[in-house]
Ligand binder design. Structure first.
Ligand SMILES: [Fe+2]
Length: 380
């Protein structure tokens, strides 16, 4: 007997994500595209188109079209949304720069200008909603204009942290004002010390330490900001265990706002490139902070911060157990070790242009082996 299975040929152009067939669907050379009763995804269709396949074949027929969640959207949204904030971010940096320079020249801090910075950060965070976009923004900011960029990043991270803690709006505003003026005392430190290539001498380090007291004076005594705002300048280098400066305060002697500032300031300084030190990758920065956390920082605030940042922060790179390298594109607070990643190098070390997006919380056979430094990409 001569069996002939009748195959239906379907043009790839007519395939739509969510189509379910009653039998297996094959591409050219009988390569399996999708199993029976399994919805075809836009990724499957893209793959076929990229390979130039014009038709698929199935012995079955179209059963139904179901709605499916497309992973790809996540990646696009975070990177596109971060780019959209580019001019907003640059204008924040230049506002802070002008507030600091103006103070250096005239000893005056115009409250409205500070208020504007605080307002635009708050309203943008409310507008964008996805905190990962801002975490990504902080990580991709470049190293030029070190001080104003640092101040803006610290303010953004601090506001996110304040929200995560559950502060009411009024407290968030106060925190943001304090953070944006936190390092204003730095204008008194000679550029020669701030931009020193080599490590600082003890005298130079002592000089830098004075920015806390000078900042308090600038904000409270010379410009009538509240004492709470001034205490962020004065106490953001104090440490929970009493090892900070300038007054070696400890625990709750340090203002709540300054305890928040200490964490975001330390983290931000570590992920940025300084003239005398390479930037630490976000994973290392978080590990260092966690290692010191129990003694140096308020443990309750630190707990909220680490869950907010996730163990593998957005924008960092990781190696999977398949030896592929992936970029973290979204964190998952419920499973911090299983973020959403996008493959950038395959298991053979070949760069992948439009790699697969994987939700590690759903692909349990895949896991992160280790974080990868940006400089190591393509070499491992
Ligand atoms: Fe500082």
């Amino acid at each position: 007997m001569n069996f002939e299975i009748k195959m239906n040929r379907i043009p790839v152009d007519e395939l739509k994500p969510g189509m379910v067939f009653t039998r297996k669907v094959f591409g050219d050379d009988y390569e399996l595209v999708v199993d029976a009763n399994t919805p075809i995804t836009s990724k499957d269709i893209d793959r076929l188109k990229k390979r130039g396949v014009k038709f698929v074949e199935t012995a079955g027929e179209l059963k139904e079209i179901v709605k499916i969640k497309e992973d790809v959207v996540i990646e696009n949204s975070i990177e596109v949304d971060t780019k959209k904030l580019d001019s907003f971010y640059k204008s924040l940096v230049s506002s802070i720069e002008s507030i600091y320079i103006n103070y250096k020249v005239s000893k005056e801090i115009i409250p409205d200008k500070v208020q504007n910075v605080v307002d635009s950060i708050l309203s943008k965070i409310k507008e964008v909603k996805d905190k990962n976009v801002f975490i990504n923004l902080v990580h991709v900011s470049d190293a030029s204009k070190y001080l104003p960029t640092h101040v803006i990043n610290v303010t953004i991270l601090g506001v996110l942290l304040g929200m995560e803690i559950g502060f009411p709006e009024q407290k968030i505003r106060l925190l943001a004002t304090g953070l944006s003026l936190m390092d204003i005392g730095m204008v008194y430190i000679p550029m020669g010390i701030l931009e020193r290539e080599s490590k600082l001498t003890p005298e130079e380090y002592n000089k830098i330490k004075t920015h806390t007291v000078l900042g308090y004076k600038a904000v409270v005594q010379e410009n009538n900001f509240s004492n709470e705002v001034g205490r962020v300048c004065l106490e953001h280098h104090e440490r929970w265990d009493g090892t900070g400066y300038p007054r070696k305060l400890e625990k709750f002697q340090i203002s709540e706002y300054a305890r928040i500032a200490a964490i975001v300031d330390t983290y931000e300084a570590m992920i940025r490139k300084r003239v005398y030190r390479d930037k630490m990758m976000s994973f290392e920065a978080m590990r260092t902070i966690l290692a010191e956390g129990s003694t140096k920082f308020d443990p309750d605030i630190l707990k909220v911060f680490t869950s907010m940042m996730s163990i593998y922060p957005v924008g960092s790179y990781v190696m999977l157990n398949t030896r592929s390298i992936a970029k973290v594109i979204s964190s998952d607070p419920i499973s911090p070790f299983r973020p959403v990643v996008k493959i950038v190098y395959d298991e053979f070390g070949t760069k992948v242009e439009d790699g697969e997006t994987i939700k590690l919380s759903e692909e349990l056979n895949l896991f992160i082996v280790k974080p990868i430094k940006e400089e190591e990409l393509g070499k491992v």
